[in-house]
Design a protein around this ligand. Structure first.
Ligand SMILES: *Cc1c(COP(=O)(O)O)cnc(C)c1O
Length: 225
């Protein structure tokens, strides 16, 4: 099947890239960004070794999670409307797009007691782009301090979608700024272990700058519907 070939070729390319730049592929989690993809494609990717999936839209995700179940680890990577925080809190293992205290509080209040703590990342907006959500790097310290007090959340790190550029050195520079912010935070909160950055077009630069989780859509699944 064409799709299986695609997963295998991405995994081979990823391993080759890690090897070339001196990183251990086992230190990096591949998250399949599965918005707009069919349930069958996600199941195939899972069988090929991709254990984490990220969804952007609640309704679409609900259907998929119902059908596929909870063997994969499900990440919410879309923007959060606060009225949807309640359902998000009971459906996902991770939420990577926390960018304000109000939403974090709602997630915390609504995380069911019988479930494990909800893993969260702060979404950062390193270039302060108007069109994007996310906290400026300078605001992360404050927000993490607040999140660390919410009992039903487990703060894991930072997530970022920097402005796209084809220039490799530019990519590195941007990821480097996020990494340095992450290192500063880790000095205060040693439990932080996740730097979620890098997508199909820029994951090599992200890994070079210390990414621990890359979010790949197109290169794994092909074009979306
Ligand atoms: C869609 C998406 C990705 C994956 O993008 P590709 O360019 O297809 O790899 C990664 N992160 C987020 C938040 C996304 O919405």
């Amino acid at each position: 099947m064409a799709e299986v070939k695609k997963f295998k070729s991405f995994l081979a390319e990823f391993n080759e890239t890690c090897c070339r730049i001196g990183k251990n592929p086992k230190d990096i989690t591949i998250l399949g960004a599965s918005k707009g993809q069919q349930v069958d494609s996600i199941k195939l990717a899972f069988e090929e070794g991709i254990k984490h999936f990220g969804e952007n839209f609640l309704q679409e995700a609900e259907q998929k999670i119902l059908e596929i179940g909870n063997l994969p680890t499900w990440h919410f990577i879309g923007s959060i409307q606060s009225r949807k925080a309640k359902r998000i809190a009971s459906l996902f293992h991770w939420v990577q797009t926390v960018d304000r205290l109000k939403v974090a509080r709602k997630l915390n209040e609504n995380r069911p007691q019988e479930m494990e703590k909800l893993n969260v990342c702060i979404q950062v907006n390193p270039d302060n782009e108007e069109s994007k959500s996310g906290v400026p790097l300078a605001g992360t310290k404050n927000l993490i301090g607040e999140l660390a007090q919410l009992e039903r959340l487990r703060v894991r790190g930072l997530m970022s979608i920097p402005a796209p550029t084809k220039d490799f050195e530019q990519q590195r520079k941007r990821f480097g700024r996020i990494r340095s912010c992450f290192e500063d935070l880790k000095a205060i909160y040693p439990q932080l272990d996740t730097l979620s950055m890098g997508m199909s077009e820029d994951y090599e630069a992200a890994i070079l700058e210390g990414s621990t989780m890359i979010r790949i859509g197109t290169n794994i699944f092909g074009a979306r519907n």
